[in-house]
Design a protein around this ligand. Structure first.
Ligand code: URA
Length: 443
């Protein structure tokens, strides 16, 4: 049958608002991945999908075709549930770092394949690589044995996983077709499903520092990803969370590892602890290690307080190449500069994306994929939404090595803050939860 399929007919059908069959989707994505279809035809199909969307009946086969373009990890011989978390990204979002060892310390295995930061958002891999010696490029065998023996491994995307996504993402970048909910949902979920997990918790962010700023679009993305997971037979929960201000007090790679250590020692900022506990409880529930979210919350709080999660994190660092004292030898920036409030008033609004850009300008992030990162650069915040500041009071400390970067970063940071005479209410961190069939929303 696939002998009679032609790329041009598939493009036309999508262009005209029709529905593609699973066979047509498979044909197109398989042929494109192996180089039998040219970029110009894939670009045309991506634009047609961008404009017309994908129905639920198309989204599952589209994701499956991407997923099966490469290796799908099989953890079938390793007992117990394997559960991961994915965040759509934000500013100061270091939650994976305390979360993964906390969940592993509670007995649920966490095979986590993460990405790098780009633009205003940070990436888990860059944060981990600020730990001296830490390697994120484990072989598949080393990844599997870490999951079997320690219950946790934190690695980067490998060439074998979802090659279709690698090609399509580069094309989307060049054809202005990135901001499409079905294309984003299938891109994220194909990579997550390739990890061989039983269940997945999605942290879908909305607000000024999120990829999807608007709550209704973030909700649509969450629903699409949950539907894909459900059609693949996985337990999935999406937790919608506010990114209307940075998470925690520290932004920047080594600084975020420092804050992680605070959380793993039973302290740390309240919002980082709260989100670690919420997402951890959800992972334990999906991994069937607890019967209710409250039981899950109590278990996660326990391992943060009693040092078990920190022990697992230390073991993970050593297993992935860090020296035993690596966490005591995090890089520190040579220079710092205190940013002061230009007037008295309440912090009424924060353009969180600009705070992320300010950290990037200091060297903590990259404007293009090829840019180098300064692991020690970043920002330590001294105020949150709703706080009152006197004129001249510290708002933040900028940390950097390259003195030439400080002035533009300070200007960008200050431009992000709106100070006013009335206190603004802070929105709740957790907005809502969307769960797949088989996950008890009331537990
Ligand atoms: N992250 C992904 O992995 N894919 C997208 O399309 C967007 C964000």
């Amino acid at each position: 049958m696939s002998g009679s399929l032609r790329a041009v007919d598939i493009i036309r059908r999508k262009r005209d608002g029709g529905t593609l069959s699973p066979e047509e989707i498979r044909f197109f994505l398989e042929r494109y991945t192996v180089g039998e279809l040219p970029d110009y035809q894939a670009s045309a199909l991506l634009m047609a999908v961008f404009v017309r969307g994908l129905s639920d009946d198309e989204l599952g086969p589209w994701t499956q075709a991407m997923l099966h373009s490469g290796v799908v990890v099989d953890f079938g011989d390793i007992p117990g549930a394997k559960v991961d978390k994915h965040s759509t990204g934000g500013v100061g979002d270091k939650i994976s770092l305390p979360l993964a060892p906390a969940v592993a310390a509670c007995g649920v295995r966490v095979p986590m394949i993460s990405g790098r930061g780009l633009g205003h958002t940070g990436g888990t891999l860059d944060k981990l690589e600020s730990i001296p010696g830490f390697r994120v490029d484990l072989s598949m065998d080393a990844f599997r044995s870490a999951i079997a023996e320690l219950g946790i491994a934190l690695i980067g995307q490998t060439a074998e996983i979802c090659p279709a996504d690698k090609k399509l993402y580069a094309l989307r970048d060049a054809t202005s077709t990135v901001e499409s909910i079905p294309l984003i949902a299938s891109s994220i979920m194909s990579k997550k499903l390739a990890e061989g997990i039983d269940a997945l918790v999605l942290d879908v962010k909305h607000g000024s520092g999120a990829f999807m700023k608007d709550l209704s679009r973030a909700t649509a993305l969450a629903r699409a990803m949950v539907a894909i997971g459900e059609s693949a037979g996985k337990r999935v929960s999406a937790v919608l969370t506010d990114m209307g201000q940075p998470l925690g007090e520290k932004i920047g790679n080594a600084l975020e590892v420092e804050e992680t250590l605070d959380v793993l020692r039973g302290a740390g900022p309240a919002d980082v602890v709260l989100l670690t506990v919420e997402l951890g409880a959800e992972m334990l529930l999906l991994g069937e290690a607890v019967r209710s979210r409250d039981e899950g919350r109590a278990r996660i709080r326990d391992v943060l307080q009693n040092g078990r999660a920190l022990e697992v994190f230390r073991a993970c660092v050593v297993r992935q190449g860090g020296r035993p004292d690596a966490l005591e030898r995090l890089p520190r920036a040579r220079h710092s500069h205190v940013v002061r409030a230009p007037r008295s008033g309440f912090v009424r609004a924060i353009d969180t994306e600009s705070v992320g850009v300010a950290a990037m300008l200091l060297g903590a992030g990259r404007a293009t994929k090829e840019d180098p990162i300064d692991p020690s650069a970043g920002i330590v915040l001294a105020c949150r939404l709703g706080d009152h500041l006197e004129a001249g009071q510290p708002m933040a400390t900028l940390c950097f090595n390259d003195v030439a970067r400080a002035a533009s970063a300070e200007a960008r940071f200050l431009s992000a803050y709106t100070l006013g005479d009335e206190r603004a209410a802070s929105p709740p961190l957790v907005t809502m939860r969307i769960v797949s069939k088989g996950v008890d929303s009331a537990a």
